[in-house]
Design a protein around this ligand. Structure first.
Ligand code: HEC
Length: 136
């Protein structure tokens, strides 16, 4: 009886630890509700002529390492990051243009997410956003 209990405890330990290591493989969480966009950025909308294919190229060069080919937060570097890169497809469903433009411009302090303002032009950031919008 005692042995059976020990076996059960050992088994449940492995089951539980299996679950927690699995959650480490899921992409970073998206804050909900999303933080309020500061006034410098609030209300900005994507230019209707934003070039999606230019955005696709920029995304490949600048974002895929962390966010993954399809923006799912699963790029080659993602496993080593804490917090993990966001799933941009999930985020895109709930975030307005101004939110994305703000976050990509200013980055996120204390995480691997760089500020792209000054590296990419505003036009290029909009192109990247146009590409994120078509990811599935
Ligand atoms: C070096 C790794 C890295 C690169 C390169 C990178 N990101 Fe990120 N990004 C992150 C991480 C990590 C987070 C999650 C931060 C958090 O959870 O607070 C993030 C978060 C984001 C967010 C979500 C912000 C939020 O508040 O949820 C957006 C949007 C984003 N990245 C877009 C991009 C775009 C577009 C590029 C390319 C131009 C890019 N990232 C390049 C690591 C990276």
């Amino acid at each position: 009886m005692r042995n059976l209990l020990t076996v059960l405890m050992v088994v449940s330990f492995f089951v539980l630890s299996g679950c927690s290591s699995k959650s480490l493989e899921t992409p970073g969480s998206i804050p909900q509700p999303l933080p309020t966009v500061p006034s410098d950025y609030a209300g900005k909308t994507i230019p209707s002529n934003a070039d999606v294919s230019a955005g696709a190229n920029l995304f490949k060069t600048d974002c895929v390492t962390c966010h993954g080919e399809n923006g799912h937060g699963d790029g080659p570097a993602s496993q080593t990051l804490d917090p993990r890169p966001a799933n941009l497809v999930d985020l895109s469903k709930i975030a307005a243009d101004d939110f994305l433009f703000w976050k990509i411009s200013t980055g996120i302090d204390g995480t691997a997410m760089p500020a792209w303002k000054g590296i990419l032009t505003d036009q290029q950031i909009w192109q990247v956003i146009a590409f994120i919008r078509i990811l599935k």
